[in-house]
Design a protein around this ligand. Structure first.
Ligand code: ADP
Length: 161
C-alpha cells in the first residue's frame, strides 16, 4: 500500500491545501494530513482546532486521515512507516525553502524519506493562510479562499461573531 504524509501548519486550511490533498489522495492509497505543532511559530488556531477543520473539510475523502505531530518530520514518518512527504509549490519563492527542507529530510533519514511536490492549480496560486487571515481580520470576504465553516471560524476568532 502506497502511503504519504502531507505536513503543514494549516492555520487555517484553504482551498489551495484542499486541492493538494484531493490530488494526492488520487495518487496514493492512503494520505495522512498532519498538523505540525510548531512551538516556534505562533498560530491563530490551536492544533486541535486545525485538526477539526481539516477533518470536516476532508470528510468526503475516504483514504484521507488527519493527525498532528511535533518534533522532526523524519521521526514522525518513521514511526508511521511512511516514506513519502507531499508539499505544494505555489511560486518560485516556495521552491528555495522547500528544496532545502526536502534535501535535509532525505539526508537525515538516510535516504528513507522522499518529498514529492505538487504544483498549485492556477486558480489557487495566490492563496496562503496568512493572506486569508489578513482578509478576515479586516472583515473582507474569505469565502473564495476557504470553506464556509472555516470562514465562520475565522470571523469568530477575530470579531467574536
Ligand atoms: P507551512 O507548512 O510552510 O507552515 P502551510 O501550512 O501554509 O505552510 O502549507 C503547507 C503546504 O501546502 C506547503 O507545502 C505549502 O507550500 C502548500 N500550500 C499552501 N498554500 C498552497 C496553495 N495555494 N497551493 C498549493 N500549495 C499550497
Amino acid at each position: 500500500m502506497k502511503s504519504a504524509i502531507y505536513p503543514g501548519s494549516f492555520d487555517p486550511v484553504t482551498y489551495g491545501h484542499l486541492d493538494v490533498i484531493r490530488r494526492s489522495a488520487n495518487i496514493f492509497d492512503e494520505l495522512t494530513v498532519s498538523v505540525l505543532n510548531n512551538v516556534g511559530k505562533s498560530a491563530l488556531f490551536s492544533v486541535e482546532e486545525r485538526v477539526k477543520m481539516l477533518e470536516e473539510a476532508t470528510k468526503d475523502l475516504s483514504n484521507v486521515k488527519v493527525d498532528s505531530f511535533s518534533g522532526l518530520l523524519i521521526n514522525y514518518a518513521k514511526q508511521k512507516n511512511v516514506h513519502v512527504v507531499i508539499r505544494g509549490l505555489r511560486a518560485i519563492t516556495d521552491f528555495e525553502y522547500e528544496l532545502q527542507i526536502a534535501q535535509t529530510n532525505h539526508k537525515l533519514s538516510g535516504g528513507e524519506l522522499d518529498t514529492m511536490f505538487l504544483t498549485t492549480s492556477l486558480e489557487y496560486a495566490y492563496l496562503s493562510s496568512s493572506s486569508v487571515k489578513e482578509i478576515a481580520y479586516f472583515e473582507g470576504d474569505v469565502t473564495p479562499c476557504v470553506p464556509d465553516f472555516v470562514a465562520k471560524e475565522l470571523y469568530r476568532k477575530y470579531h467574536g461573531t
